[in-house]
Write a protein of this length. Structure first.
Length: 157
């Protein structure tokens, strides 16, 4: 039987992404597994800054630091709540490409299962904008469980 001892939950800070938490914790409870909460910072540089390159270093650095502090605080809140429920929880914050960082973190942390929310993109939306979940499913070396949202739920978000 497969045992899921290390379960990763990639989160983007949205309540939609958090829908994966109860599913992951149910699996972690069954296998006495550990949980890895991952938040990938995806901070685009505004194109207007190309006109004023002198403001880029300070602004980007400040924006990245603020985003990192916010992400760490967000994950710490979730970590504390899950620890009170008896789970062993690790947190990670990365700053590159969401899909690539999820895959890299899963490999480096020897994750047995990735549980993530599908954001409901399909058809042309997925092809036009790309899909983090689709790429993770296609390229992951470990199983991926997608928590799919009902269409009416994704439209409300």
């Amino acid at each position: 039987m497969i045992e899921f001892r290390r379960i990763m939950i990639p989160l983007d800070g949205s309540s939609l992404a958090e829908k994966a938490i109860p599913v992951a914790t149910a699996i972690a409870k069954k296998f006495e597994g550990q949980i890895v909460l991952l938040r990938v910072l995806d901070i685009p540089t505004p194109t207007i800054l190309k006109l004023h390159p002198e403001v880029i270093p300070g602004w980007v650095s400040e924006a990245c630091e603020y985003a990192r502090r916010e992400a760490e605080s967000y994950l710490k809140t979730l970590q504390d709540a899950l620890r009170r429920q008896g789970f062993e929880v690790q947190t990670m914050v990365t700053e590159n490409s969401p899909a690539e960082d999820i895959l890299d973190a899963a490999a480096s942390e020897a994750v047995d299962l990735i549980v993530m929310s599908s954001h409901g993109q399909s058809g042309m939306g997925r092809w036009a904008f790309g899909s983090v979940a689709y790429k993770v499913v296609q390229e992951s070396s470990c199983p991926v469980l997608l928590v799919r949202q009902k269409p009416e739920t994704t439209e409300q978000m």
